[in-house]
Design a protein around this ligand. Sequence first.
Ligand SMILES: O=C[C@H](O)[C@H](O)COP(=O)(O)O
Ligand SMILES: C=C(OP(=O)(O)O)C(=O)O
Length: 469
Amino acid sequence: MGNATQESEAGRQAAGTWRHRPAAQQPDWPDRAHLGAVVRRLSLAPPLVFAAECETLRRRMASVARGEAVLLQGGDCAETFARTTTESIRGKLKTLLQMAVVLTHAAALPIVKVGRMAGQYAKPRSRAAEERGGTVLPVYRGDAVNGPEFTAEARRPDPERLRLMYEHSAMTLNLIRALTTGGFADLRRVHTWNQGFVAGSPSGERYERLAEEIERSLAFMHACGAGTRGLDTAEFFVSHEGLLLEYEAALTRVEPGTDRAYATSGHMLWIGERTRDLDGAHIEFFSRVANPIAVKLGPATGADEVMGLLDRLDPAREPGRLTLVVRAGAERVRDVLPTLVAKLQAEGAQVGWVCDPMHGNTITAASGHKTRRFDAVMDEVRGFFEVHRALGSHPGGIHVELTGDDVTECVGGGHEVRPEHLHHRYETACDPRLNHTQSLDLAFLLAEMYRERTGRAGPAPDAPSAPCQ
Ligand SMILES: O=C[C@H](O)[C@H](O)COP(=O)(O)O
Ligand SMILES: C=C(OP(=O)(O)O)C(=O)O
């Protein structure tokens, strides 16, 4: 792929027009010359992902928008450089693969698997500064910007961290590519992990039937001689919030054949609730790149605002280009979502509707930990399904913050985490994540919702034939 700064109109626009708009949530880099030098180096670095892969994901997201597939997007709230370890990456991948198998069987639809991984190193924050004991320092904005330690040195935004973000993304992506093609993702192995989870889960009885059906389906395929081709690899994409525009612009490349610009830092990028101002720099930048794009929508989002986002980001109305991730909160989703869905239906716009049941349900526990109740998470998902059922639209999937580790950050779940457990393993760099078993609880409960929706006891005979991996 060519560099965005080459003599190409698409490249010039992607590299520059956003600079004339206000950019929210950007670090206050103290050394602009240093930033310039890092950005120049990054603009010469190889892309992390390729245009053809982004186009494949765009087609998959078009299937989601048409109701023919389901998105499963998940990973850390904030990845950290220290946790670029085999164990941590493998744990998240394993969790997502396990969830995907359960959902594939229940929804009888292909599951589009997208990690919040290999680039989720920058965070928008509620406040620019943090005060402790009378000392005020810049807030931690993710490892791509500064360090979490409460010292002036750590909190100083350091452009070298953008280079580290690129390197850690590359390391993570490399391992993901190896694991998803090298045998780790084998469907039978993933199913065996799920059987282990069901056997040990306090809610195991409830999940047993689905696990047995998957077992029988695998045995049936084996008996028919359907073979194992395609079942030992998985298609997996990566995504992150496209927050730091200097970094995203530096990694933008133009595809010579099509003259389209792609943000090559990840396959899909999303624009956060705090940076989706229609006149702001983020919308301007992402209107100039061809990746599939998602936008987060909070409880105050109006239908005209969503139409504005559609006009700016998807003027050609191409299914797969735009995914709307609603994070209204369990208490608001049933009020907020119907108006938005009805408006887009009336306009004939096809987008993917996805539920983020995490960000609208954050509370502070008595111990001071930021947490989320598993029941509230499930209630928001249920509300999301109810609205789509009532309007005849497709509940296109789920976007969750999770980890493969046994952390104690969200309360509830089958292996119940109680408020008094929060301090045991509270390891997140920002917001609380579902742990491994809570994530699988969510997958099995979500599977029930997909199954109820189709009113079937098993896969429909006319379900689209697509690789389940
Ligand atoms: O993940 C979302 C936001 O970055 C996060 O909720 C911000 O947290 P804060 O309100 O502590 O700044
Ligand atoms: C910041 C995030 O979400 P939102 O923009 O929805 O608050 C996030 O997903 O990390």
